[in-house]
Ligand binder design. Structure first.
Ligand code: AMP
Length: 627
């Protein structure tokens, strides 16, 4: 099938031809005729990289009237990066359409620039939900004439806590609109939104979900949570030719892990939402061409990255959602190659592995964390292989051979080899000479599971979680990272375990463990503007009862950008690795910015082990309302 057969306008055909698109991708073959010829809504199960931007963009552009100076189409996307990317793609597709204006609006950028752009009367707005609501409330955007609404990466939007915002937006658009919903996964919440807000929708699925998963081997290592980073290093050292993604939960954790790896001489870099589009492109490009061996990323940031020959996907933390695990692991084992999905867990997370095994119908293998000797052996033979296969530039080396031969003639072949090998190998040997065993002692594993592992999610004291609420939310520019920054700054303690963060427009809900409750409460008692109180009627209030932690499905925030209960702590710094000769490619960092508050604060300098500095400029005080 050709694009011409899809009956697109000439201006669009010429633009996509210039872009080098030769024929429609499967999702486009399905959506374009459907949108142009039918009237129903559309739900499409399609993953990133399948061509979905053009799948909704081309038919929408085809049907919009460029002479009508009203917002006729709205595209909602979860992140500002995606928002910018979609807007740029649409601009590319419509570059030959006179009068067509597309404006992206997203948080994290000065709103005045966007206000100016909106004055140009765009026909299409691409937006993140929070900023869009701001602009609607300021009277700058009017959705009353919308003909098309696209929800892109709908699962991700829900995962990021935008459910309320999406509903608010949906209710502001006319019933006559046509809605297209794109999602990589189809959790119940998405089906509910479709049922509630969409009419006679048609469902399509593109590509096989989790394709390649047959070739993926799933393994996991069990260690103490605080030794996670050391375990990661062992895994990487055991696989010298690794080319993989290390998935972290939060942007902060992503930065920290990448910084530590780079500091320790690994060829790594970070990909997360705080980077500018140019920085992200730069990092992704370096990773694609294998200038970077290890990419440390959040789920959201890694979405735009399509690399097919990864050897490993490493879950630095298990995600809260089986779908996300599937998505992550599906990034390896593609194109008939074998891939390995590795998870680093602590003993209390075994039940999560069981859950994933059940859902994927796969058996996960627990491997012992390699000891120093095993790592050294692997490195040694990797080096020997490299030496065996290295290309020798005969001509160049010939010039120096007489002198080299003369200098080394007294050495036997064996001695020569030993010396060459030692040049590279010594640093591994000395580093791993006294390396500790990172596996949990068997008794400790049994003890943890038997005595407390299945009870609370943390520490030796069994204790319940208490759901609290803080009187700031999205409208004050709070997101989970910023919120964690506030907790860090106010308590002055980065080891407070915070679970299941949910940021709504006005409030931030979060769990703390009973034995840290007093510490949190007392810290906030000294504040005047920030208030922390118990979230009444909260489902997760356990009043000290022990409960097996639930492996949550999607819904409230708790996924890719939040720290889950279970205890991410940033202070598990590992010891250094011997310096490597390979230069690490480090894309620079962008100052951390946020909607209202963020422009005033900046991220900590590299190497900081604070979780976040997001709240450093937050002028707050708080009082805890005594119960
Ligand atoms: P998306 O899933 O929209 O992010 O698209 C993935 C990539 O495929 C982007 O780089 C698009 O520019 C590209 N693309 C989309 N449609 C086509 C097509 N029909 N032919 C070639 N490339 C395409």
């Amino acid at each position: 099938m050709t694009f011409r057969e899809l009956n697109l306008k000439d201006e669009i055909l010429s633009a996509i031809e210039e872009l080098g698109y030769e024929q429609p991708m499967p999702v486009q073959e399905k959506t374009i005729p459907f949108m142009l010829e039918q009237t129903a809504d559309l739900v499409a199960l399609a993953q990133t990289g399948t061509g979905k931007t053009a799948a909704f963009g081309l038919p929408v552009l085809n049907m919009i009237d460029a002479n009508r100076k009203q917002v006729q189409a709205l595209v909602l996307s979860p992140t500002r990066e995606l928002c910018i990317q979609i807007a740029n793609d649409l601009k590319g597709y419509s570059k030959n359409m006179r009068g067509m204006r597309i404006v992206p609006v997203y948080g994290g950028e000065d709103i005045r620039t966007q206000l100016r752009q909106l004055d140009t009367a765009p026909q299409i707005i691409v937006a993140t939900p929070g900023r869009l609501i701001d602009l609607i409330e300021r009277g700058k955007i009017e959705l009353g004439a919308i003909d098309f609404l696209v929800l892109d990466e709908a699962d991700e939007m829900l995962n990021m806590g935008f459910k309320e915002d999406i509903e608010t937006i949906l209710e502001r658009t006319p019933d006559t609109r046509r809605t297209m919903l794109f999602s990589a996964t189809m959790p119940k919440e998405i089906a509910n939104i479709a049922k509630r807000y969409m009419k006679n929708f048609e469902e399509i699925t593109v590509g096989t979900k989790n394709s390649g998963s047959e070739n993926v081997e799933h393994i996991f290592y069990v260690s103490q949570a605080r030794q996670r980073y050391l375990v990661l290093k062992r895994i990487v050292d055991l696989n010298p030719d690794i080319y993989g993604i290390v998935f972290c939960r939060t942007r902060q954790e992503t930065k920290e892990v990448a910084e530590k790896l780079m500091h320790d001489g690994y060829n790594a870099d970070a990909l997360h939402g705080d980077l500018s589009q140019a920085q992200r492109d730069n990092v992704m490009q370096k990773f694609r061409i294998r200038n970077i061996q290890l990419l440390v990323a959040t789920d959201v940031a890694a979405r735009g990255l399509d690399v097919s020959d990864l050897t490993h996907v490493i879950n630095y933390n298990l995600p809260d959602d089986v779908e996300i695990y599937t998505h992550r692991s599906g990034r390896t084992g593609r194109a008939n190659k074998k891939g390995i999905a590795v998870s680093i867990i602590h003993s209390k997370e075994r039940f999560k592995i069981k859950d994933i095994e059940r859902m994927l119908r796969k058996t996960f293998i627990q491997e012992q964390i390699p000891n120093g000797l095993e790592v050294c052996k692997k490195q040694l033979f990797f080096m020997i292989d490299r030496m065996e296969n290295v290309e020798v530039s005969e001509e160049q080396i010939e010039t120096y051979m007489p002198q080299i031969m003369k200098q080394l003639e007294y050495l036997s072949k064996e001695e020569l080899l030993k010396r060459f090998v030692s040049l590279e190998f010594n640093r591994f040997l000395s580093y791993y000479k006294n390396a500790e065993d990172l596996n949990l002692p068997e008794r400790s594993e049994r003890g943890e599971r038997g005595e407390r592992g299945e009870r609370g999610e943390r520490g030796s004291k069994p204790g319940g979680r208490v759901r609290l609420k803080m009187n700031v939310g999205e409208r004050e520019g709070i997101d989970p990272k910023r919120f964690l920054g506030i907790i860090n700054d106010v308590t002055g303690d980065k080891s407070i375990n915070i679970g299941s963060i949910e940021v709504t427009n006005k409030y931030t809900f979060f769990d703390v463990f009973a034995d840290q409750l007093d510490q949190v409460v007392t810290a906030f008692a000294g504040q005047t503007e920030l208030e922390v109180s118990e979230a009444k009627g909260s489902k997760s209030f356990e009043g000290g009862a022990s409960r097996k932690p639930e492996y949550r499905s999607r819904g409230s925030y708790g996924g890719s950008e939040s720290r889950s209960s279970g205890g991410y702590r940033s202070n598990d710094r590992g010891s250094d690795r011997p310096a490597r000769t390979t230069a690490s490619a480090n894309g620079g960092e962008k100052p951390w910015r946020n909607r209202e508050l963020g422009d005033r604060s900046s991220r900590p300098s590299g190497g900081s082990d604070r979780r976040s500095s997001g709240s450093s400029s937050y002028k707050g005080g708080s009082s805890y309302k005594k119960r």
